[in-house]
Design a protein around this ligand. Structure first.
Ligand code: GDP
Length: 403
């Protein structure tokens, strides 16, 4: 082999090596450049509640690298967010006002509407000239305040005698006489307590009756608050099944102070059955007292007698009824008296609740109704607020009239 042949052979091998290595280098560069252009496929998510990216995606327009965590890492971080419960508001129970002395605290309301009575009388009596016409005016004022004929006559006779004997119409003296006379008529000796503690190892049973619209359901709710303020365990019975909203209304009153309400979800359910269930539940809960709201449809006296009589009889199958409170609207005057008579014939009333005394100048109804029925006024309603029901205190009442 010549030297020229050897040179050609060497050149051919060198060119071959350059071609092979050049090809490898170009292939490698292509491979790197391709990966930088293509996004890897989105990993499928197995997390509940939708794809993980929806939860962790940055807000639109955010700049930065989106990192896609692997599904197995996502699952535990997702779960707490999905199952975190909505915060449930814990109901705060209201603390009702202490009932003792409420009448004095609320006396401005009474005085405002009854000032006609007290101020009118004082002006007449201390005016100096008490002739027949003046005494007649005194009588008219008392009658207008719904004191009733008998009580008015008694009061005027007694005052006339005092004025004649003492020979004075000095305002302070006359005010003293008037206070004394009115107090005698209101009768501080009557027992105005409400049976609300356990009797013979069972809950006290209080039935609340009255014509619809007098404020009966409201009164049951307010009375529950009075008793809760006295640390009593109270159960409510919604036996006014005639009025659709009455049970809801009562339940709301109860819930505000943590008192359970026994009710039927069916409108028009048998009120006696609801009353029975309420008394039974109160016994099982070892409550101090059960308050039962009833319906009062006066349009049909026979129907009312039948219904209320039945409610009472059915309750008495398991517990005596200790208290029957009649709710009367003070603004209805003599009409209220007639209602009272019907109810007392049906169920035998032990106490009266006089509502809406804040809206009337007829405070004399307290005397008239007590005399007419022979039972005491035990509570008075002086407004629509939850604690506007006051135990009746004769002195505070008379003082408010004369304020
Ligand atoms: P029910 O049909 O006898 O149960 O009557 P409610 O309890 O529903 O009351 C009828 C209306 O009388 C409601 O608007 C009460 O807020 C209102 N009411 C109750 N008691 C009083 C009160 O003492 N004063 C005033 N001003 N309103 C009262």
């Amino acid at each position: 082999m010549s030297a020229i042949d050897t040179l050609w052979e060497f050149l051919a091998v060198a060119i071959g090596i350059i071609v092979v290595f050049g090809g490898i280098a170009v292939g490698l560069m292509r491979g790197r450049g391709g990966r930088s252009k293509e996004l890897p496929p989105t990993p499928p998510s197995s997390a509940p509640g939708g794809p993980a990216v929806e939860v962790d995606a940055p807000p639109e327009g955010a700049v930065g690298t989106i990192e896609r965590p692997a599904p197995e890492v996502l699952e535990p971080t997702l779960q707490p967010e999905v199952i975190t419960p909505e915060p449930v508001p814990t109901p705060t129970l209201e603390r009702p006002d202490a009932p003792a002395g409420r009448l004095r605290r609320l006396r401005a309301r009474l005085a405002r509407s009854n000032s006609a009575l007290g101020k009118g009388l004082l002006a007449l009596l201390s005016g100096g000239k008490l002739d027949e016409a003046a005494w007649e005016e005194v009588e008219d004022t008392l009658l207008a305040a719904d004191l009733g004929v008998a009580a008015t006559t008694e009061l005027v006779d007694s005052l006339r005698t005092k004025v004649a004997v003492e020979g004075t119409t000095d305002e302070a003296t006359v005010r003293g006489w008037l206070r004394e006379e009115l107090l005698t008529l209101v009768d501080p000796s009557m027992d105005r307590s409400i049976v609300s503690s356990r009797v013979d190892g069972r809950p006290a049973c209080v039935l609340v009756v009255g014509v619809n619209g007098t404020g009966k359901t409201t009164t049951v709710g307010k009375l529950a608050r009075v008793l809760v303020a006295q640390d009593k365990d109270v159960v409510l019975g919604a036996a006014d099944t005639f009025r659709a909203a009455a049970a809801d209304q009562l339940q709301t009153w109860g819930e505000r102070v943590g008192v359970p309400t026994i009710r039927s979800d069916r409108e028009g359910a048998d009120p006696a059955a609801v009353a029975f269930d309420a008394v039974k539940a109160a016994a099982e809960m070892e409550a101090d007292v059960v308050l039962i709201d009833t319906a009062g449809r006066l349009q049909n006296k026979v129907g009312l007698m039948d219904e209320l009589g039945k409610v009472k009889r059915v309750i008495e199958k398991q517990s005596p009824v200790d208290e029957v409170l009649l709710v009367l609207d003070a603004t209805t005057g003599q009409n209220g008296m007639r209602q009272a008579e019907v109810f007392s014939q049906v169920v035998g009333i032990t106490g009266i609740v006089l509502t809406k005394l804040d809206g009337t100048a007829k405070g004399g109804i307290v005397v008239a109704v007590q005399r007419g029925l022979g039972v005491p006024v035990k509570l008075v309603g002086l407004g629509e607020g939850p604690d506007d029901l006051a135990p009746f205190e004769p002195e505070a009442f008379v003082d408010a009239l004369l304020d």
